[in-house]
Structures are given as C-alpha cells and as structure tokens.
Design a protein. Structure first.
Length: 392
C-alpha cells in the first residue's frame, strides 16, 4: 500500500484496502465462509506455515475483514491494523498483548465506563498494577511513572466531558521510559484524528460508533506499527476476538461516508453547543469544538473538527436531567453515539452507571449531566427539540 502515502484519508476511506475476485465486482465482496480449502495437502501446509499467502480459517483471517482493516490502517496512517468483534475487544487485545503480571499501566481517569470496569475489575485480577491520573495533568502522568511502567492509556477527547490530552507530550513521556502509548480514538474516529501521526504507538477504536455511523453492527480496530499489530493479531486469533465478515462488510460501507458525516455532524454540534451556552437552565457546556474549551490549542493541533459528541449540565441534578431526556421528541434515548440519528443519554445512570458515585465525582461527571450525539437531522429541528425539553 505504499502508493497510499500520498492519498488523502478521504480517498483512502473509499479506495483503501480492496480485495477483488475474478468477477471484478465494484463493491467489496462479502466472504461468508468459516474456512477456506487447500489445493493439496502440501498447499495446506504452506498456508499454515505462512510460507504462502492466503486464507485458512475466518477466525485467523478473512478477505472481507482484511479489506476493512487495510482501509482503516491506511486512514490512520498506520503500517498495519487488526479488526476485532467490538471496541472492547480492541482495547482488551491492545492491553493484554503487552501487559503481564507485575507490569504497571498508567491510565487516564476519564474513561468510557466499560473500559474503566475492564481495567479495575479484570486487568487487576491478572496482577497488573494500574494508576489512574487526571487526563490533562502531564505532571501527574510523569509522577506516576514507575520502573515497571509498560503502557500509558487514554481516550481523547474523553467520554463524556471532552477533555483533550496532549498526545505528543504523553507519547514522548512513554517513550522516555520504554513504554507504549495507546489512544482510544473512538470519540473522533479516524476521520477526525489520527493518534499515530501524533506519536501514539497504538490507536484503538470502536467502529460501532462513527465508522458504522448508522447503528447497525459492532466492531473494533487496532492500528499501529506492523510488529506490534502482528503480536496483537496472535492474541486476537488465540482468544477468538475476530470481527465477523458480515460486520466488516457493513463497516466497509459505513467508513466510505465517515468524513462527510463527521464534518456535517460536527458543524451541527458546534451550533447546538453555542445555543446551549445561552440557556438559563444550562450550567455548563462541554464540547471540544468551542473556542473557549480549556485545551482549544490542542484541539486545533490534533483534530480536524470538534466531533459530534457534546455534553451539558442542567441545574436540578438527576431529576432535571431525566426530565429533559424524557421530553425530547427527536433525539433517541440510547447510549450509542456517532449515529446519523441524534441520541441523548444520562451518563450518571447509563454509560457510567457502574462507577461508584465518588469515582464519578472525581471524574467530573455530575448527576445533571446530559450527553448528546448530534446526527444528520436538520440542526434547527434539533435545537427546537431541546428548546421544548428545557422549557418550564
Ligand atoms: C463505545 C466505546 C467503546 C467500546 O466499544 P464497543 O464497540 O461498544 O465494544 C470503547 N471506548 C469508547 C470511548 C467508546 O465510546
């Protein structure tokens, strides 16, 4: 894929990673097969020994899945990528491949709830030490480094408050200590941000969100250096975390419009954030695209736009937040984001519901917080919907 180096990510999202058959189909073909036949016993031996390229079994590799992961890797500016069944499978694979008992992980405290549960509830069971730090406090990351620190992990912007980490500074810190920097790129998607270009070693994301964009299937991706991705591939195969070919085929269509969608949805998110700032009942708006965002200079360096997700806090706590959610008529009440349909959710009791009240308070998530993912409906209709929901 060396010729891809000069192509823009928009082009790669459509033209990158294609596996063509003898039929010359224009759209990527869907290979719904669990295994592949060998021409002879010797041919089977060569395929398994990897002395001959080709496919043996779809848990290990499948042409539709390969096309998807090559395309995503090209968009991220990565040497290689491996697709997984879900975003959580991508995170598990990236972490478990490189962390062993006795190793130390430093993670941002501002995490997607399920990720926080995976780290605290599972990684720790395997003897992996974890220190949680404030996403934007570089000194706290520096102070947390130990001789056995093997990895730094974060999401930027974070879910749901949109805190932006300095990826280059954290990559430098990781590399000074021989550790890897892993970035969850889910909030932006590869269309808006490419963490590897900022120095990260691995970029993981849930393709379930903006890459699909239409709320149909689950999927995940890990992108990075070829030698790292090769090791992760062995873990994905051994643990059966592979992406299903049908889901890869859906995601290959989704990704073709991800640039257009993220730009349009981000522009609408900015309009909604601006409008919310001026509403009496709104205490605070959290959106990476606002010029007054505390890390606006980093947003400008790292992201092509603010993204489609924003959050705001209403006065009156949980009761007031639930009232707004129950009164909207267009926004879907669902925890997914990145969809063409706008969604609304209450992080305190849904996405972050399993975190303790104290952990949520420490992460800055309040009971009155509402998260919006802005879709492709007319922005005027969405603002009218929120206006009605916020009214007395
Ligand atoms: C949704 C999400 C995940 C998990 O992805 P799934 O595809 O649901 O497994 C991980 N990180 C972030 C930031 C997410 O929003």
């Amino acid at each position: 894929m060396s010729e891809n180096k000069t192509l823009h990510p928009q082009t790669l999202a459509i033209r990158g990673g294609k596996t063509q058959t003898a039929y010359n189909e224009h759209h990527q073909a869907l290979f719904l097969t669990s295994s592949f036949m060998f021409d002879s016993a010797e041919d089977g031996a060569a395929l398994f020994a990897k002395t001959k390229p080709g496919f043996t079994y779809s848990r290990t590799a499948n042409p539709t899945v390969s096309a998807f992961q090559e395309r995503m890797a090209a968009m991220e500016g990565a040497q290689a990528g491996i697709a997984t069944a879900t975003g959580m499978a991508a995170i598990q694979a990236a972490l478990m491949t490189f962390l062993s008992a006795g190793d130390h992980l430093i993670s941002s405290r501002s995490l997607f709830g399920t990720t926080a549960g995976f780290l605290s509830g599972h990684l720790r069971r395997f003897g992996i030490e974890i220190t949680f730090v404030a996403q934007t406090d570089i000194q706290a990351w520096r102070d947390a480094v130990r001789p056995n620190t093997k990895m730094l992990f974060l999401e930027t912007p974070s879910n749901p408050l949109g805190e932006v980490a300095d990826v280059r500074a954290l990559a430098n810190l990781a590399h000074e200590h021989g550790a890897l920097l892993v970035v969850d790129n889910c909030f932006c998607s590869s269309a808006v941000q490419q963490p590897l270009r900022l120095g990260a070693d691995l970029s993981v994301q849930s393709a379930t969100k903006a890459v699909d964009g239409q709320g149909r299937v689950l999927g995940g991706m890990v992108c990075g250096r070829a030698d790292l991705v090769e090791q992760i591939g062995l873990y994905v195969n051994a643990c059966g975390l592979s992406l299903a070919p049908f889901n890869a085929w859906i995601l290959l269509s989704g990704v073709e419009t991800v640039h257009l969608r993220t730009q349009e949805q981000s522009a609408a998110a900015l309009q909604i954030a601006d409008w919310l700032k001026n509403q009496d009942k709104v205490l605070k708006v959290y959106y990476a695209g606002l010029p007054e965002h505390p890390q606006a200079h980093l947003v400008a360096q790292q992201q092509s736009c603010g993204g489609m997700v924003l959050a705001f806090e209403v006065e009156g706590g949980l009761e007031a937040a639930w009232r707004v959610i129950d009164r909207v008529r267009i926004f879907s009440k669902t925890a997914n984001f990145g969809d063409v349909r706008s969604t609304i959710t209450h992080p305190w009791t849904t996405t972050h519901g399993r975190m303790s009240a104290q952990d949520k308070q420490e992460a800055g998530i309040r009971e009155g917080l509402i998260r919006l993912s802005v879709g492709l409906e007319h922005v005027g209709d969405l603002i009218d919907d929120l206006h009605y929901a916020l009214a007395d």
